[in-house]
Design a protein around this ligand. Structure first.
Ligand SMILES: Nc1ncnc2c1ncn2[C@@H]1O[C@H](COP(=O)(O)OP(=O)(O)O)[C@@H](O)[C@H]1O
Ligand SMILES: [Mg+2]
Length: 355
């Protein structure tokens, strides 16, 4: 049985539903992400679980208990938002102590618990600081400590890193994941950033326009996207229009601009002749300037190349399209000038046919 369960949950504010027929189960201790573009219903889902808003239909269960009509303060859920909700007129200690004071805990317990929480988030010695004396990352650590000190059963994080700069975001990604892992707290993380979801999650639910399109591990979501939308939203994609030339259970071949390329099938029901998109990721393609022994998947011409430090990104004219190819920037790999003829190789299982 799932620790958290949404059963047929729909939320309508006005006309179109913000969340539609949500059926999701989240396991105890899991790091579960809701990933999707702005406005797809992620925060609405989180706010229903926290109890700030009520579902229009359906029910929400925690440990088998229906909590749909339970007030927020009885749900034992902690939530951290994007804009660090810490009180500017209180120092760090008092911010973190806030919930414990409200609960009426005694001074010694409060000191002990706040001390432990500060240590947990790596801010020991920051007790006396005020918000204006903290960096963005430190403010989010305080916001998290303030929630963790209450020892909730469930932790909700709504785009907690979006206000931080890129370097801090990278650092906090790993830090949040490791703290979640060490406490083992069931966590639901909302983000529109696919790289955050891929790095941190045990499982991801990809959402669009109020609906969950796919649930899976980061590897499943990236390597077996069920639709073009998901393929394009997660990572970078080359999507080539084609026709299914052969379908054989879970694998087949796609005809792309006169060439036949092997493909896994994203949907089992795909049949020969179907219009499909052939997906091949930029990092899966290997470029060779000369004729090797094996036949290439496609042949093409270098359109241009951009230097990106760790890698070089080529645009290749092939199959009547511009394909993006990412090549690690290593000295032994020849640089290919614009106009050069190239052969494109990839492993047969790297290609995916999408309906
Ligand atoms: N309180 C509200 N009143 C009316 N519409 C809302 C309200 N909250 C959210 N919505 C709408 O519901 C949809 C989903 O919003 P939200 O859950 O905030 O998306 P996300 O967090 O994925 O960006 C949006 O179209 C948004 O405009
Ligand atoms: Mg939101």
């Amino acid at each position: 049985m799932s620790f958290v369960e949404f059963r047929g949950v729909t939320k309508t504010f006005g006309r179109a539903p913000a969340v539609e027929q949500l059926d999701v189960g989240i396991a105890q201790g899991e790091f579960f992400s809701l990933l999707g573009p702005s406005g797809c219903g992620k925060s609405t889902t989180l706010r229903m679980l926290a109890g700030f808003i009520a579902p229009s239909t359906g029910s929400i269960h925690v440990q088998g208990r229906d909590i749909t009509h339970l007030p927020p303060e009885k749900r034992d859920i902690g939530i951290v938002f994007q804009n660090y909700a810490i009180f500017p007129h209180m120092n760090v200690f008092d911010n973190i102590a806030f919930g414990l004071v409200e609960r009426g805990e005694d001074a010694a317990t409060i000191r002990r618990k706040v001390g432990a929480a500060l240590e947990q988030v790596g801010l020991s010695g920051y007790d006396e600081r005020f918000e204006r004396e903290l960096s963005g990352g430190q403010k989010q650590r305080v916001a998290l400590a303030r929630v963790l000190v209450i020892e909730p059963h469930i932790l909700l994080l709504d785009e907690p890193l979006s206000a931080l700069d890129k370097k801090m975001r990278e650092e906090m990604k790993f830090w949040i994941k490791s703290i979640q892992h060490s406490i083992g707290i069931t966590t639901i993380y909302v983000t529109h950033d696919q790289s955050e979801a891929l790095t941190m999650s045990d499982r991801i639910a990809v959402m669009d326009r109020g609906r969950v399109l796919q649930i899976g591990s980061p590897v499943e979501i990236y390597e077996q996207p069920r639709s073009r939308f998901i393929a394009e939203f997660i990572g970078e994609s080359n999507l080539l229009p084609g026709r299914l030339a052969r379908a054989d259970g879970t694998t087949g071949a796609v005809e792309v601009a006169g060439a036949q390329v092997p493909a896994r099938l994203a949907q089992p029901g795909l049949s020969t002749g179907a219009e499909v998109a052939f997906l091949i990721r930029p990092e899966q393609i290997r470029l060779e300037p000369w004729s090797a022994d094996e036949a290439p998947m496609l042949t093409g011409k270098v359109a241009d190349e951009t230097y990106q430090g760790a890698l070089r990104r080529y645009r290749i004219d092939a199959a009547g399209q511009h394909l993006t190819v990412e090549v690690p920037n290593r000295p032994e790999l020849a640089q290919l000038p614009p106009g050069a003829d190239v052969q494109l190789y990839w492993r047969p299982e790297s290609g995916l046919a999408l309906a």
